[in-house]
Every structure is written in C-alpha cells, then in structure tokens.
Design a protein around this ligand. Structure first.
Ligand code: OAD
Length: 248
C-alpha cells in the first residue's frame, strides 16, 4: 500500500481530524507564501518594517499601503481544489473536522469551510492601533469602520490609526483561537499539516502536541519542512493535488 492509501485508511478510522494549514495552502490560488526563496513575501520585503507594531508606527502609510496591495491580491484570488476538498469533506462529515489556519486570507471561508480557527487574524479586518481612549461603559466609543478616510484611516476624535487585523511578529495570538487550536490538536486522532514551513510558533508546535496526545501526524508539502521529522508520513505534493486525492 502506498502512503496515500495508508493515510486514506487512517482518515476513515479517525473520529476527529484536525487540519493545520499555512501559506502553501493558498499558493496555487496565486497568493505568495512568506518564505519561498524567490517568490516569498519575506524574500522581497522586510518583515520588521511590514509585520511589526514598531514598523507600522515608524511608517503607517507604507505598511497600510502594503496591506492594501495584499488585500487586492487576495480579493482577486479564488479558492483552489485543496480548499474546496476540505470544505466538501467537512460538509460530508459533520463534527469531525477542525480546521486551523495560519492564513489571513479568506479562501477557506470562501470555499465553504465553517468555524475556521484563524490563529494569525484576518487580512480584511480593521482595528485600532491603540486601545480606544474614549470608552463608554467599558466598550470602545469609536468604530474603525467609521474612521476618517486616509492611508491609514484615522479617528476624527483622537487621531487613533486603523491597522489591519493580522497578528504581527512579537504579538500574542488571539487567546481563544489558540486555546481552541490546542484543544483540537490534543483531541484528534489524525492531523494533516498542509503547506507550512513550521518556522513560526506557537502554530508550529501544534503537530507535536497532537502526536504527544496519540494522534497520527501527516505532512503535505512539496518541499522539506521543519515538521517532517515529527510526522508519521510525509506526502510530497501540493495542496491542490493531494487534498482532493486524500479527501475525495
Ligand atoms: P511559509 O511561507 O513559511 O511556508 C510555506 C510552506 O508552503 C513551505 O513549506 C512551502 O514548501 C509550502 N508550499 C509551497 N507551495 C505549496 C503548495 N502548492 N502546496 C502545499 N505546500 C506548499 O508560510 P507559513 O508556514 O504559513 O505569519 O508561515 C507561517 C507564518 O509566518 C505566517 O502565518 C505569517 C508568516 O510570517 C504572520 O503573518 C503572523
């Protein structure tokens, strides 16, 4: 039996499947990854400038415009066969799949996946760079959606700036999402790790958590990754090729 058949067998038997996706998941939709040596975003742009709070504060317009161009690129992209296979499997097997993504694009959701756990936030969300100073009964008085237009938009009352709702380097992950992801990793029988280099923690720690809790771990990636060593099986191929074969 080849590895693909072996994993299909595990999938049939696993009551609970957890899938962790990274930038490679969306590569075949035309969304660049981060660490590809030639086309990756961090090969061409400085993450300290574009993906940290300090970088935003030093040049808000540069960072806002860069996220604007990423928003435009993702808005033009379509979910690929891998995204669609995951959504179809979830619909056909209610309650069995928890999908955890590091991606800030919305391609899983547009393919039809539900209850996606987004560890690194969402590219199309806006939030304030600073806590709103004008609170009414503990709630922010100002809504980023009503900020005055600009690059970035700003609060007409206090000048607070809007930033994209993604997690930057040095920032904590959203607590509830991380907890839900750790619960899913600890409670599954099978974890598929799709299209991630495994370089950024705590997301990259989830496969080890699953394995320690007794799950089988399968990496799907056309290239070697940091997570190969901790996997029971490594399937060399792309998300759009392998996921329909596995889940179809
Ligand atoms: P990386 O860019 O680090 O890694 C992408 C991975 O996808 C690599 O292992 C590639 O080999 C693999 N890959 C490329 N094409 C693929 C395909 N068609 N199918 C499957 N795999 C493919 O992206 P991530 O691991 O997701 O964080 O990066 C993790 C985090 O680092 C990102 O969420 C981002 C980044 O800085 C934030 O923005 C907070």
């Amino acid at each position: 039996m080849d590895d693909l058949q072996t994993v299909r067998g595990w999938l049939e038997q696993a009551p609970r499947l957890c899938v962790l996706t990274g930038a490679g998941m969306s590569a075949e939709s035309g969304v660049p990854t981060f660490r590809d040596a030639l086309t990756g975003l961090w090969a061409r742009h400085d993450p300290q400038q574009l993906a940290t709070e300090a970088g935003f504060r030093s040049d808000p317009q540069l960072v806002w415009d860069w996220y604007g161009s990423r928003r435009e690129g993702v808005a033009r992209a379509e979910p690929n066969a891998g995204h669609r296979a995951l959504a179809a499997w979830q619909a056909a097997h209610p309650e069995r799949l928890t999908l955890v993504t590091q991606n800030v694009d919305d391609l899983h959701q547009r393919a039809g996946s539900t209850d996606v756990i987004c560890l690194h936030g969402a590219l199309f969300e806006d939030r304030w760079i600073d806590p709103c100073a004008r609170e009414v009964r503990g709630e922010p008085a100002c809504d980023p959606a009503r900020a005055e237009p600009g690059r970035p938009p700003r609060c007409g009352e206090c000048g607070n700036l809007v930033r994209p709702g993604v997690v930057w380097f040095g920032e904590a992950l959203p607590g509830r999402a991380l907890q839900a992801a750790e619960d899913a990793a600890s409670d599954c029988e099978l974890m598929l790790v799709v299209g991630t280099a495994g370089a950024v923690y705590p997301a990259a720690g989830l496969p080890a958590l699953a394995r320690q809790a007794g799950a089988r771990v399968v990496v799907l990636n056309p290239q070697p990754s940091e997570l190969d060593r901790g996997a029971h099986v490594v399937l060399r191929g792309t998300a759009a090729q392998l996921l329909p074969q596995l889940l179809g």
